[in-house]
Design a protein around this ligand. Sequence first.
Ligand SMILES: *Cc1c(COP(=O)(O)O)cnc(C)c1O
Length: 227
Amino acid sequence: MTMRQTLLKVMRDTETDLGLKPNSVSLLAVSKGQSIEKITAVYAEGQRLFGENYLQEALEKMQALNDLDIEWHFIGQIQSNKTKQIAENFSWVQSVASLKIAERLNQQRPVHLEPLNICIQVNISNEAAKGGVEPEALFELARAISHLKQLTLRGIMVIPKDERDYYAQLAAFERARDLFIQLQQQGFVVDTLSMGMSGDFKAAMAAGSTMLRLGSAVFGPRDVVSK
Ligand SMILES: *Cc1c(COP(=O)(O)O)cnc(C)c1O
């Protein structure tokens, strides 16, 4: 079995253990730092959702893989001078953390394309160096984004503090899950709780993740490190 097949099996077994429907959690293959050859191999196995953190690296890959039916997700920090190319080239942006960035993406999303799918990144472990809005600021930003015509709010994305302990991981993911449920209770139609990376995805699934973002667990170690 390939790494991806092994991983999908673990995901399906975990869904069964949790009483979830098979394939209810989706897999975003995080291809930052991975070669075109490795991406092509994972695509050939059936993978269609790919995530990238760095715009320039992503644009080069998109050009090389132009003929493949890939849904590209932007998951990196967003500088405002990069929003135009992000809005023109991605299907999803999971790392929106300010109204200013959301407004630029909305304005720059070409009208002939489907609205851009958006997740608001929440700084769930309250870390100074991490991106994302504070939990208290989530609802106001969600309300503002829901009025932007060229954006579709899909949910939230979190990158909790790196913890080894399963229960510490679970606690952070449960805070994110509670925010997600509060959004739904306030009437937002959101279906995506993007959380779980190679080192913590089982805890993320136990807390209700709908999308795992896995890099090294799918591809192996990264070859290239962008800036
Ligand atoms: C790099 C990255 C991942 C994947 O990390 P792995 O540990 O390789 O699974 C997921 N999400 C974000 C936002 C990332 O930057």
